[in-house]
Design a protein around this ligand. Structure first.
Ligand SMILES: CCC(=O)NCCS(=O)(=O)O
Length: 349
């Protein structure tokens, strides 16, 4: 039995799983999303240059990926520190920080934020989507990638001794590229050796989550210990959702707070509102999946911080939980979603 067994690994070291409390399973505290810049519509260029003004707030909410500065969350460490203190006050205990190689993971800053705020921060190992893979990553074998991921968990990431406590978010697109498939296999091999939690960013197609599960399973991954992220922008049909749920992963609704008419990355998608996200949770609970649901905001742009008029990291605790209760999800079930399920997932086998 490894020394990680039965523990959760935070950036400050191992903790007893009962110490976590309410946990957001998919957030970012410091990262850059420049890789996914989406040019503004013709005529909007001037607004996109300087959108951080009251009269442009609605534009920014609707076009969050079309402003370079908005993608630089790493410039806002002070604001994020304040937000984490507010998150603790609101009853939050832990945050899984999903920034992986390719979107500027910053381990020393995560450690400092955990020290300054008392929030348990669990950092992510591995690689984001194909367009962020370096030439070196593309040329690296599955075996070597497995060793790198394992080392990020056992010894520390990015040349530090600060350790990751989860693999992911592992980025995949649609169709899944060869380089992404290699990373998925390495993820499964590392998980098989470490008994650790895994979290996946699927491509934007309803078939993508099941295809990722198939690849992980074939490579020896543990699907019961794997979170499938972003279901709110990926699977819209309840029948398809139940088919996917049967595969056994955790089901993550992690874009709480995002309300937009046009989803730049896939205009055929109608991004759900928070009310519709709560309806999806209530549906899954009714179907018996209360032990498999986890939720979060996936904050990865500046405009979603309260400093810029956004909802911040406490939105779920302050606004969504009361709505869940009003829509028939019991307090016991809310506690499972926010406390018990993240705890089970994050505990090393
Ligand atoms: C790095 C953050 C991230 O990948 N968020 C998901 C964005 S989206 O694919 O749901 O638009």
């Amino acid at each position: 039995m490894s020394k990680l067994s039965g523990k959760v690994q935070t950036v400050l070291g191992l903790v007893d799983p009962d110490q976590l409390g309410r946990t957001m399973t998919h957030e970012h505290l410091t990262m850059s999303f420049e890789c996914c810049y989406f040019p503004p519509s013709p005529g909007d260029e001037a607004v996109a240059e300087n959108p951080f003004q009251m009269q442009h707030m609605y534009w920014l909410r609707q076009n969050q990926y079309s402003c370079h500065e908005n993608l630089l969350l790493h410039q806002e460490v002070g604001a994020v520190r304040e937000e984490l203190l507010a998150y603790r006050k609101a009853g939050g205990g832990a945050i899984v920080e999903n920034t992986t190689t390719g979107i500027e993971r910053d381990m020393p800053t995560l450690k400092q934020l955990a020290k300054d705020t008392g929030v348990h921060i669990i950092a992510g190992a591995g690689y984001y989507v194909d367009c962020t893979h370096s030439e070196t990553t593309r040329k690296t074998s599955v075996e070597k990638l497995t060793d790198i991921i394992i080392s990020e968990v056992l010894h520390g990431a990015d040349g530090t001794d600060i350790r990751c406590g989860v693999i992911g978010e592992i980025g995949t697109g649609w169709p899944i590229t060869d380089s992404e498939k290699k990373v998925l296999k390495a993820t499964a091999h590392a998980q098989a050796q470490l008994g650790c939690p895994v979290i996946i960013h699927p491509g934007r197609d309803p078939a993508a989550p099941a295809e990722v599960v198939r690849i992980l399973q074939e490579a020896g991954g543990d699907i019961r210990k794997t979170v499938m992220s972003h279901l709110d922008r990926t699977i819209f049909d309840n029948g398809e959702l139940l088919e996917f749920a049967k595969l056994g992963s955790y089901l993550e609704y992690d874009l709480f707070g995002v309300e937009m008419l046009n989803y730049s990355y896939n205009l055929s998608v109608d991004m759900p509102s928070d009310s519709q996200r709560v309806q999806a949770l209530a549906f899954l609970v009714k179907e018996g999946y209360e032990d498999r649901i986890v939720i979060a905001h996936d904050i990865h742009t500046k405009n979603r911080l309260t400093k810029f008029g956004g909802h911040g990291y406490s939105h779920i605790l302050k606004n969504i939980v009361p709505k869940m209760l009003r829509r028939g999800i019991s307090q016991h079930q809310v506690d499972k979603i926010l406390i018990d399920n993240p705890k089970e997932w994050l505990t090393f086998k």
